[in-house]
Design a protein around this ligand. Structure first.
Ligand code: GLY
Ligand code: MN
Ligand code: MN
Length: 463
């Protein structure tokens, strides 16, 4: 249920949207997709733009927005539904909760259809409904110039301006997601010595989220093959010399996410080689967080991480040359191929349904340089933005065994030295960082990052 603060933030969001966007907007919440037949469904997740302005995850609802006023379009469930799913609130009660000035049956959406802007939802069934009810195409928002004059694009830009900076309602939710996620990772660390498989650690971690009625915000990564960047399978046994990479985040029942990664030794103790590279990734993580403040370009943080990693790899003897020149050649990206982070909010990659429109400042586009192409955020930081900071080091066969790359970077990698670090497949350290007027606050700082503390948790020797 929404608190009075939540309700006043929702009202304020709609008021601000009304100031930035003229005309009518319709936003669909979506429906639960079927698994294999209609009555057996995947869990429902409402569209994030809907959640941002309505607050509650209502299924099969549409909201209409005009000049700060909210209309709820929703059909009360058929009375027979109560037999299977229990009683539900009436439309009037829900309208009261979310502060809707007007509430109407779904069919009344037709009276708004000819003028309203909208944003396409990812679910294909609901997207089809948008197209049919509006009687026009609803293409994905991509930020292309030919879309700039259209009403959907204007709505997207207005919503981005609001969602880039988190308000009090959002921050309460995001702190809750962060807190539960920290507890889940701690459970994972503390239970590792009791288990022998990735799957069992995943179960420990997700059990903490489930106990708080939180789903995962994305498919958890719990793997001894951290070099597979989006590894969402859990088939491996744990071996004593392995590093376990865990990237897992809770989503609150109202839809707000955390996104956290830790890497720990399955035995409770890093090897010397693992520790060297762990400390290097941590140095990049700490340097970026120390540099965060309003006005700082996120791209510069990415380059700071690249520079820190290149410089450390030269010190260790894996890379050869001047760190600045290595970064200019994107040699660091052989080992740190992804971006330093992204926006976080209702979506784990917040507003990525809008392509790069949210992540990239107006006039900016992705750079095709190897070391920059996966950067998801290229904007100056503002107070109340929430971002992730997530440097990593990986030995990815698809990169390191690629003959073209081996030739291109043959002069700057000491392959023999690299071979001594074969017990490091993947390390990432990721925290959720709120930009404040003075600098930043790490919402997930209660989860240890220093190697001795991580080891102590895994060994169970920290209260
Ligand atoms: N968990 C996905 C990411 O870190 O971006
Ligand atoms: Mn992330
Ligand atoms: Mn992550």
């Amino acid at each position: 249920m929404l608190t009075p603060t939540d309700q006043s933030c929702l009202h304020q969001r709609r008021h601000q949207l009304g100031q930035q966007f003229e005309g009518q907007a319709l936003l669909w919440s979506g429906v639960a997709p079927s698994r294999n037949f209609a009555a057996n469904q995947f869990p429902f997740r409402a569209s994030s733009h809907f959640l941002y302005l309505a607050g509650l995850p209502l299924q099969n609802a549409v909201i209409g927005l005009e000049a700060g006023q909210l209309t709820l379009f929703w059909d009360e469930p058929h009375p027979d539904t109560a037999l299977w799913h229990g009683p539900s609130l009436s439309r009037a009660e829900i309208a009261d909760q979310i502060g809707a000035e007007t509430h109407l049956p779904l069919s009344a959406v037709s009276s708004w259809a000819s003028h309203a802007a909208t944003l396409p939802v990812p679910s294909s069934a609901t997207h089809q409904q948008q197209i049919e009810w509006l009687g026009r195409p609803v293409p994905p928002i991509q930020g292309s110039q030919d879309q700039e004059s259209n009403r959907d694009h204007h709505l997207a830009n207005a919503l981005i301006q609001l969602r880039l900076q988190q308000d009090e309602f959002a921050l309460a939710q995001l702190r809750q997601a962060a807190e539960i996620t920290v507890a889940a990772h701690l459970r994972g660390m503390r239970s590792t010595l009791n288990h022998t498989s990735e799957a069992a650690i995943r179960a420990e971690i997700e059990s903490v989220m489930m106990a708080h009625q939180c789903p995962t915000a994305y498919a958890s990564i719990v793997t001894v093959h951290g070099e597979v960047l989006h590894n969402d399978a859990y088939p491996h046994a744990l071996a004593p010399g392995d590093l376990l990479l865990v990237d897992a985040g809770a989503e609150t029942p109202l839809g707000w996410a955390a996104d956290v990664t830790r890497t720990w030794p399955v035995s409770g103790q890093f090897s010397a080689t693992q520790r060297d590279l762990y400390d290097l990734v941590l140095a990049a993580h700490d340097a970026c967080i120390a540099a965060i403040q309003p006005g700082v370009e996120f791209r510069d943080l990415h380059l700071l991480a690249a520079q820190t990693i290149a410089s450390g790899l030269v010190d260790i003897g894996i890379l050869k040359g001047q760190p600045e020149a290595l970064v200019e050649r994107d040699a660091h990206a052989l080992f740190f191929p992804h971006g330093i982070g992204h926006l976080l909010g209702l979506d784990v990659h917040d507003m990525e349904d809008l392509g790069d429109l949210a992540g990239y400042a107006p006039g900016r586009q992705r750079c095709d340089r190897r070391g920059l192409r996966y950067l998801r955020l290229d904007r100056p930081l503002r107070p109340q933005m929430l971002v992730t900071i997530e440097p990593g080091f990986y030995q990815i066969p698809a990169l390191l065994q690629n003959p073209d790359l081996r030739q291109q970077y043959g002069d700057c990698v000491n392959w023999d030295r690299l071979a001594q670090f074969e017990d490091v497949r993947g390390i990432r350290i990721e925290d959720d960082v709120l930009v404040t007027p003075e600098g930043c606050q790490v919402l997930t700082s209660a989860l240890p990052t220093q190697a001795p503390e991580v080891e102590a948790y895994v060994q169970g020797s920290t209260a």
